[in-house]
Design a protein around this ligand. Structure first.
Ligand SMILES: [Mn+2]
Length: 350
């Protein structure tokens, strides 16, 4: 039986732009810790191979820390063959760490021409990016897998007919004779897909970085035993980047808005909160101050105000007068009176 672990798109040395520096620093450490979980799983499962399907690095800028971290990781799984294909973000070039660093005896980095390795009864095929864009489909150049054991292809690219990021057609996968195609490039887990007899999948980013990479990331564990195969997605990510839309229509005070948001937060996650609905024309939402008050309830929060002022005729004259008078005072009693008073006035209207 062949056992493998398939991960992709770690994007090490991502700047985590948009986050405050202190949070970005935490996230960079966590990104590495999540990868260590993948290394631990590789060891525990006694996997024959660890397949890394490109975009291991976010760009040509790779820190020394990251290089020594990866060397350390790979040395801890000496009995596992580690296969790496460069992706569009970390494509091969003369100064690339893929060319300049010796990652260890058990690590094989694929070049731009398809190569083949034998790992026990399995044949592993792969090739990587050596430029930012590839619009030609290279899969047909690999040829059909005709060896006896299972065939596994490791590649970075986009399933479809047209793409500047190495198009891979479903038809070509179906005709490949392969058991499994280990893909990288798409940042969400794709599910285990099939083209003919061949399974293919994107594991996605293991530790999600941005609000457009929501969910808990992971890797794929596979076992191929003769004709039988089993593939499962294993979550390992530590935090979720959650976007929530909160309708605050009818919420009469900023304290109530704060409470409403607080109830939706989970300590470990990062949040983008979009406020919606209609609010009294006198309500001014200082999103920065509000976020600051909620900081302790999650790792990070940013708030966007997309509310609209209530139409004039809906805010009664009485409400306006009431708010105007109370706004002259700025103490807790006035705030409480504002909340209770507005609630009472609105109840009356219904
Ligand atoms: Mn990527």
């Amino acid at each position: 039986m062949i056992r493998f672990i398939h991960a992709a798109d770690m994007h090490f040395d991502s700047p985590f732009a948009g986050l405050p520096q202190s949070v970005a620093r935490v996230r960079k450490e966590e990104q590495k810790r999540t990868f260590m979980r993948i290394i631990e799983a590789t060891r525990e499962k006694k996997a024959d191979m660890l397949l890394l399907a490109g975009d291991i690095f976010d760009s040509g800028f790779v820190s020394r820390d990251t290089v020594s971290f990866l060397k350390q990781c790979f040395s801890e799984i000496e009995d596992t063959a580690v296969f790496v294909v460069p992706g569009n973000h970390d494509f091969l070039h003369a100064d690339s760490p893929y060319k300049t660093v010796d990652f260890g005896r058990n690590v094989h980095i694929f070049g731009e021409e398809p190569e083949t390795y034998q790992v026990r009864e399995a044949t592993v095929y792969g090739f990587g990016f050596s430029q930012r864009y590839i619009s030609e489909s290279i899969l047909p150049r690999v040829g059909m897998h005709q060896e006896e054991g299972p065939g596994i292809l490791l590649v970075h690219g986009e399933v479809g007919y047209e793409s500047d990021y190495h198009p891979i057609s479903v038809g070509a996968i179906a005709e490949s004779g392969l058991s499994y195609v280990a893909l990288g490039h798409i940042h969400d887990y794709s599910g285990i897909l099939y083209a003919g007899e061949t399974a293919y999948a994107y594991p996605g980013v293991p530790e999600k970085r941005h609000f457009d990479e929501a969910g808990i990331g992971g890797y794929i564990y596979g076992e191929i035993d003769g004709e039988r195969a089993n593939y499962e997605f294993v979550p390992v990510g530590q935090r979720d980047n959650v976007t929530i839309h909160v309708d605050i229509s009818g919420v009469s005070s900023l304290d109530a808005v704060e409470d409403k948001i607080r109830n939706l937060l989970e300590k470990q996650n990062l949040y983008k909160v979009v406020l919606q609905g209609e609010v009294p024309p006198t309500m001014f939402i200082d999103t920065k101050a509000l976020a600051k008050r909620l900081e302790g309830d999650c790792l990070y929060i940013k708030i966007k105000d997309e509310t609209a002022p209530m139409r004039e005729e809906e805010a009664s004259l009485l409400e306006k007068l009431f708010v105007a008078r109370l706004s002259e005072r700025d103490d807790d009693a006035a705030k409480e009176a504002m909340r209770l008073g507005l609630e009472a006035l609105r109840r009356q209207k219904r």
